[in-house]
Design a protein around this ligand. Structure first.
Ligand SMILES: [Zn+2]
Length: 278
């Protein structure tokens, strides 16, 4: 007889995606005794500072190690790397080996095989827009969702699929906070083209509030989530908000929001935790 699926599998694109959007939820599930796994599609190797030629390449092993540390802090299993190259922001040309250039069916098959091996009950990945539209975020949402659909009906297949999404009112509040912080710092640096696109995408790709089905209060583990984010030291340079008072950080990071995709939610009902773990 097939064993019953159990536990939670996160499928994200880069080291640090897991901690920003779902770190508290992953940590709380692990603390509740559930098995929690993470698949990371790329090595995040375009996360470096731009050199003179505008190239952002960095040593992938730095980011892999940062993710290993973050997973340990969250109390979840060691990350499973698919090993693709980070595709970079939407205005950049993806390099050979980039995740967005990989054969889609091959990536779906690899993720489906991991789902069959791990047998999670619940899968969480990015919303279709990937938060702010990073090409790797969009692609990982697409392939993880197809892999879920492919394995869902199999014996022992996963039962529940969530997309991690940002509610429009939360996106508005976040942009207002960025503006206020820039003003307080007397920011003189002009926003880059990538900054402006990111702002625009955050708004247009956020979900209308009434489409968000699941709001998880991660206040009890917000320090753990911040500690996991701090493990991604190469990405946290020049992030003044991390120095904010803990009360502000709790207000900023203390809730994680999702859209339940499968099974579809009862209209108007808002969950306070992920269904399907027990
Ligand atoms: Zn990312």
């Amino acid at each position: 007889m097939e064993s019953q699926p159990r536990g939670l599998l996160g499928i994200f694109a880069h080291p640090d995606d897991e901690s920003f959007g779902a770190g508290g939820t992953l940590a709380m599930a692990a603390a509740d005794g559930h098995q929690v796994w993470l698949i990371c599609a790329t090595n995040g190797d375009e996360g470096g500072d731009a050199d003179e030629s505008g190239d952002h390449a960095m040593d992938p092993e730095i980011r892999r190690n940062e993710l290993r540390e973050a997973c340990a802090v969250l109390g979840i299993g060691a990350p499973i790397f698919l090993g693709y190259r980070d595709s970079g922001m939407e205005t950049w040309a993806p390099k050979p080996g980039a995740f967005v250039l990989a054969d889609r069916d091959e990536v779906v098959a690899r993720i489906a095989d991991e789902i069959r091996r791990l047998r999670p009950a619940v899968v969480v990945t990015f919303d279709a827009g990937g938060g702010y539209g990073h090409p790797d975020h969009r692609r990982v949402s697409e392939v993880a969702t197809i892999a879920f659909d492919r394995t869902h009906a199999e014996p022992g297949g996963p039962r529940v699929l969530y997309h991690q999404a940002i509610a429009r009112s939360d996106a508005e509040a976040m942009l207002a906070r960025w503006d206020q912080e820039a003003e307080e710092r007397d920011e003189t640096r002009e926003p880059t083209e990538d900054d402006l696109i990111q702002r625009q995408r955050f708004m247009e790709l956020s979900r209308p509030d009434d489409e968000v089905t699941t709001r998880v209060n991660v206040g009890p583990v917000v320090r753990q989530k911040l500690a996991a984010l701090a493990c991604h030291a190469s990405q946290m340079r020049g992030q003044p908000w991390l120095e904010s008072p803990i009360e502000e950080l709790e207000a900023m990071m203390g809730e994680e929001t999702f859209v339940r995709v499968v099974p579809p939610p009862v209209p108007g009902q808002v969950e306070t935790g992920l269904a399907g773990l027990d």
